[in-house]
Each structure stands twice: as C-alpha cells, then as structure tokens.
Design a protein around this ligand. Structure first.
Ligand SMILES: *Cc1c(COP(=O)(O)O)cnc(C)c1O
Length: 355
C-alpha cells in the first residue's frame, strides 16, 4: 500500500514539493508598511463613480478577452510608442509566469541579480527552469562583470532586472544594463514595478533591441487589489506569449475599475507625488537616527540596516507597525513601505525610541 504522500511525490516534482507556499504576514490591527501598497484611499466622489460603473458591469458575460479599451487608455497614459504591443496580466506576477512557461521548452536559464524580487526565482523553479543568482555588489549595485560572464556562459538566457530593484530600492546602472542587452542572445525583462516613484524608464531599449521586454504594474500605484500587470514589447514576442495567456485573465470588474481610474487619473498622480515627497522626509528622518543605515531609494519603500533587525522588527510590531524583515544575506536589514504622513511619523517616532 502506498500512502498519499508517496502518491503525491510520484506525480509532483521535487521542484514543486521543495517550495514553500507564498507567505503573507497577518496585518490585522497593524499599520501596514510591509507590502509597498499605496496607503491612500480614493476621494469619495471617485469612489461613488466607481461604484456606479461597477454596478452596471454585465458579470453574467465573459469579459473582453483582449481588453481593447483598457489597453488604449494605458497606451495613452504612458505614451507607449505604436510599434510596441501591450499584454495584460493578472498582476505582473502572471506575466513573469507567462514568460517562464513560454520558455520552458527551450532549456533557457533564468538569471537575476540577488537580492531581488523573489518571484523570479519561485516561478522559474516551478516552471522547471534553471535559475542562477548573481549577487549584487556590497553597495547593491549591479556586478556588471559577473552578470556578463554568466550571460556569456549561457547565451540563451532570460535576465530579469527590476528597475528600481526590490528590496534594495536602487536603480541599476543604465550602461551596465545596455551591455547585458547587447550580449544576451535570449531575453532581458526589465521590471518597472516602481516606475511611478523612480520616474525613469528604459522603454527606449525595448524599441531599440529585439530581445527586451518591459513590465509595469498598477499594484504599487494604489490598485494592488485589482491585479493588473502590463507587459510591453514587440509583437513577435507578445503574439507568442498571448497564445498561452488564459482567455479571460483580466476580469470585467478589474477592466472597468481600471478604466474609470484612468479616466480620472489626477488623484492617483497626486498620491504618487505625495509618496515621493514622503519618501524624502522618511529617508531624511531615518538618516538622523543613530544606528540606522539607509539605502537611498528610488521606489516607495526604504531598505535600512540596524544592528538588531529581528529585535527592531518585533519592537515596531509591538507598537502596532508592521514592516518587512528580510532573510539570508539581508538578515540585518528591514524594509519599510512609505505610508501616509501620519503613518510615517508614527514609524519614525517608534524607531527613534527603539534605537
Ligand atoms: C510588487 C512587485 C511586482 C508584483 O506586482 P503585481 O503586479 O502585484 O503582481 C513585480 N515586480 C516587482 C519588482 C515588485 O516589487
């Protein structure tokens, strides 16, 4: 008799059984500064408008499988050049999965600098792709030589580069990225999840080269709950990826809600600018606290180092503030998401007391 564990092991590979399910911290009754969410809510008139529009959505019908209207609005928002196509995902996580699934048959290797966004590794692993991490330098800049060596050794590779990077908040050197693009015969995927806060883009590279794709997301701009990720690239790539996208991956409520917000974009724009201002205030305050070492950030979070990271994390939690503790090489680091003015002041006050 074989038991159920053996049955499962016979069918489900090691690459999946060795994974841990993605863990989300319980944030009940805490000030939530752990997940790079936009802390602001929408103005009440816009929420009412949203409610009205959502009430009229025909949820008995399938959504528009191609999201035509939404894509047009996104194209207009970011002035996306006409030679680039748009593919939408249920969050950019789904887009990373689409890319890895599509490459699964061709024995490519995924390469990413580390520390970086953990989903590149997790998704590569469950899609059965080899994954190689190239450690960042001590100052969290790109180790250009090591990355180029890795690409040279494995010319058909997919390189994921978060620009700015999570969890460091740093912007990698543009000319180093260009060198990787020129050398790589596979693909380079630039992940601009924090585009609104960095206000820098490498979209020119997507136009200039045939091996570059670019991702953005609505999550960090205040719509994490909608799940909407955007992939930009040339048609030859996106046409193939579109074949393995499940037909109705963007539900009709998300399509309409995103559309309404895109038609009423100024409150979102103002919120992004407030977060940028608050980030500067937060970094400045943190820099003045002895024992806190701040990594300058281009995103909506700040990575910092303290002598006792675990103690600091727990101390903040006891004062009702949830941030993110990091593991491995970053075990002495913590990551705090920029919150509202009031939340940030509470965080600074608590941190001052703890240090
Ligand atoms: C948050 C984040 C994402 C995930 O975004 P979703 O659209 O919510 O799936 C992608 N890339 C990076 C670098 C991130 O930090």
């Amino acid at each position: 008799m074989i038991n159920i564990k053996q049955r499962v092991a016979a069918l489900i590979g090691d690459n999946i059984r060795s994974l841990k399910a993605y863990h989300v911290q319980d944030a009940s009754n805490l000030i939530k500064l752990d997940a790079m969410e936009n802390p602001y809510t929408l103005p009440s008139n816009l929420r009412e408008q949203l409610a009205k529009q959502l009430a009229n959505v025909a949820i008995n019908r399938y959504p528009d499988p191609e999201c035509r209207k939404l894509k047009d609005s996104i194209r207009e928002l970011w002035q996306i050049p006409s030679e680039l196509q748009i593919l939408l995902g249920n969050g950019s996580d789904e887009l990373i999965q689409l890319i890895c699934l599509a490459l699964g048959q061709s024995n490519v290797q995924v390469i990413a600098p580390e520390p970086t966004f953990v989903m590149y590794k997790i998704i590569s692993q469950f899609c059965g792709l080899a994954y190689q991490a190239i450690p960042l330098k001590a100052d969290f800049s790109l180790d250009e030589e090591a990355l180029l060596d890795a690409v040279r050794a494995e010319p058909k590779s997919v390189v994921f580069l978060a620009y700015p990077n999570n969890p460091t908040g740093t912007l990698f050197n543009e000319s180093a990225i260009s060198e990787v693009i020129k050398l790589n015969q596979g693909l380079v995927v630039i992940d601009e999840a924090y585009y609104s806060f960095a206000q820098k883009t490498l979209i020119d590279q997507v136009q200039a080269f045939d091996n570059v794709l670019l991702m953005r997301t609505f999550s960090k701009m205040g719509m994490a709950g909608l799940r909407l990720g955007i992939l930009l690239g040339k048609a030859a790539w996106l046409d193939e990826l579109n074949k393995i996208r499940l037909p109705y991956n963007i539900n009709s409520l998300t399509q309409i809600a995103a559309e309404v917000l895109l038609q009423n974009w100024s409150p979102i724009e103002e919120q992004m600018l407030s977060i940028i201002e608050q980030r500067a205030w937060l970094m400045d305050q943190m820099n003045q606290i002895e024992g806190v070492s701040v990594i300058p950030s281009h995103a909506n979070f700040v990575l910092f180092q303290v002598a006792d990271a675990a103690g600091c994390f727990q101390g903040l939690k006891q004062q009702g503030i949830l941030i993110k503790a990091l593991a491995g090489d970053l075990a002495s680091y913590l990551r705090v998401t920029v919150g509202t003015e009031e939340e940030n002041a509470k965080f600074i006050h608590a941190l001052q007391q703890l240090m």
